[in-house]
Design a protein around this ligand. Structure first.
Ligand code: SF4
Ligand code: SF4
Length: 459
């Protein structure tokens, strides 16, 4: 039977027999690397600090799923507001699609948590314990000595600690972070659910960052797969200028008719997904810019202009003019803005409390001689992050008489309550479509809501 081997084309993450080879990207220095270190630092700081920040006395971001309480930018939401996430996520989703059409996989190279955690935490740790890439390659080609085993054990122990730390910060987005230390001290038995999630996230991160790494981007991430349909010849990508670089010649001295690429392979050895960008734009490219810095460095040494590998559109790399405004961009922007505008509008109309009038279970009305009685249930939800007292009052009078046993209700933040209301009216005064109206108002500041329901009786 014929065996089909993969086409590996300079791909250092796959061996000729199809098995995976660990990628150890070489160190690189340059302007994009410096910029990325700064951006990653800011993102990591934001990741660690956001759970601690409060606005108007509420967490800036807290998705307390267990209590159905959600805080975003100081505003409080409950389970009834979950529909808002549709517009928010669609706005963000189309924003990302629009960004891809403009700047390719800028998200992957500059802001994706996979890249940020790997490049700024896990890879530097490996560099510290196991040395630079060349040393790691050499060691991997040799036998498992005691020193190599010891290094690997230490590295994995540190990876595990780091993954656990990142997972605990993540937990701070779902449970109040100020109570986290107390939860940890109380032990897993006191909060088994939180412990289970944290352990699972720690394990997933350890697996991903210690071993799986670039395979997440090239084999699992759906966004990477969509790249080819989201970008077009005018999108900004990282590419190799074929017309300038080819034909390649080795050495410093440029032969007549030779291109600028000197086949030093630096752009390949620094690539975290193990590809050769000179083979053209590939799904495996996460736009990390490392090959730009590596090649610019080579060009500087050779005293040739930078930019043999650069940020450019496919049209620009073929020395054509890049168009910025294209129909697809307008479409993505329109969808993205529509989603964000809908979210903004919904937030503006977001009420501080909810009051819905329902009928109490049982027959629709009761007759007591010539009097008809209806029973209602007002479901009251305090959507604020503070305790509020509500007043429930009838609107209008005759022919209705109201009995409201809980006319004043105090609700804790995001709590709800059911307020029974009994209404009676003389049968002879009921004509046509009779309706009962009640006003619910928060005592102190805040607008009142009027709710109404039909009053039912015998025909
Ligand atoms: S780093 Fe630049 S010069 Fe060296 S192989 Fe890559 S493209 Fe050619
Ligand atoms: S080809 Fe260049 S930009 Fe793409 S992943 Fe490799 S090093 Fe990063």
């Amino acid at each position: 039977m014929a065996v089909h081997l993969p086409v590996v084309d300079n791909r250092s993450s796959i061996r000729g027999d199809g098995s995976r080879a660990t990628v150890h990207p070489a160190d690189v220095r340059g302007r994009f690397n410096t910029a990325r270190v700064v951006v990653f630092g800011v993102l990591l700081a934001a990741y660690a600090l956001v759970p601690w920040v409060t606005i108007n006395g509420h967490p800036m971001v807290l998705l307390d799923v267990a209590r159905r309480q959600f805080f975003l930018l100081g505003r409080v939401f409950n389970a009834q507001d979950v529909w808002l996430t549709f517009f928010l996520l669609s706005g963000i989703g189309f924003g990302l699609v629009g960004l891809t059409a403009v700047a390719g996989r800028a998200w992957c190279g500059w802001a994706c948590p996979q890249t940020v955690f790997l490049e700024s935490l896990f890879r530097p740790l490996q560099r510290l314990i196991e040395g630079p890439a060349a040393q790691r390659h050499r060691r991997e080609a040799g036998p498992w000595t005691a020193g190599r085993l010891l290094r690997r054990a230490l590295l994995w122990a540190l990876y595990l600690a780091l993954a656990a730390a990142v997972a605990h910060v993540f937990l701070g987005y779902f449970t109040p972070i100020r109570g986290l230390w107390a939860m940890i001290k109380a032990g897993p038995a006191a909060s088994p659910e939180a412990f289970g999630w944290t352990a699972a996230i720690t394990a997933a991160m350890f697996f991903n960052f210690a071993w799986f790494r670039e395979q997440t981007c090239v084999a699992i991430c759906p966004y990477g797969r969509l790249q080819s349909v989201l970008t077009d010849p005018d999108s900004l990508v990282i590419g190799y200028d074929v017309t300038r670089g080819e034909p390649r010649t080795k050495g410093k001295v440029k032969a007549a008719g030779a291109g600028d690429c000197v086949e030093c392979n630096r752009c390949v050895v620094v690539c975290p997904t193990g590809i050769d960008i000179r083979n053209g734009l590939q799904l495996d490219c996460i736009a990390c810019t490392r090959c730009i810095d590596a090649c610019d460095d080579v060009m500087d040494r050779l005293e040739r202009p930078r930019g043999l590998i650069r940020y450019d559109s496919l049209r620009g790399l073929q020395h054509g003019a890049r168009r910025f405004l294209r129909p697809r961009l307008a479409l993505y922007a329109a969808f993205g803005l529509a989603g964000l505008a809908a979210t903004a509008l919904a937030l503006r109309s977001h009420t501080a409390f909810e009051a819905n009038v329902l009928r109490l279970n049982g027959p629709p009305y009761a007759l007591d001689g010539e009097m008809v009685r209806n029973a209602y249930d007002i479901h009251l939800v305090n959507k604020q992050g503070r305790r509020v007292t509500f007043a429930v009052d009838p609107v209008g009078g005759a022919p209705f008489a109201f009995v409201i046993p809980m006319a004043r209700v105090t609700l804790e933040p995001l709590a709800d309550a059911h307020v029974p209301v009994f209404v009676t009216a003389p049968r002879r005064d009921l004509h046509g479509d009779a309706r009962v109206r009640l006003r619910v108002r928060p005592l102190g500041a805040g607008e009142a809501l009027t709710v109404e329901a039909p009053f039912l009786g015998p025909d």
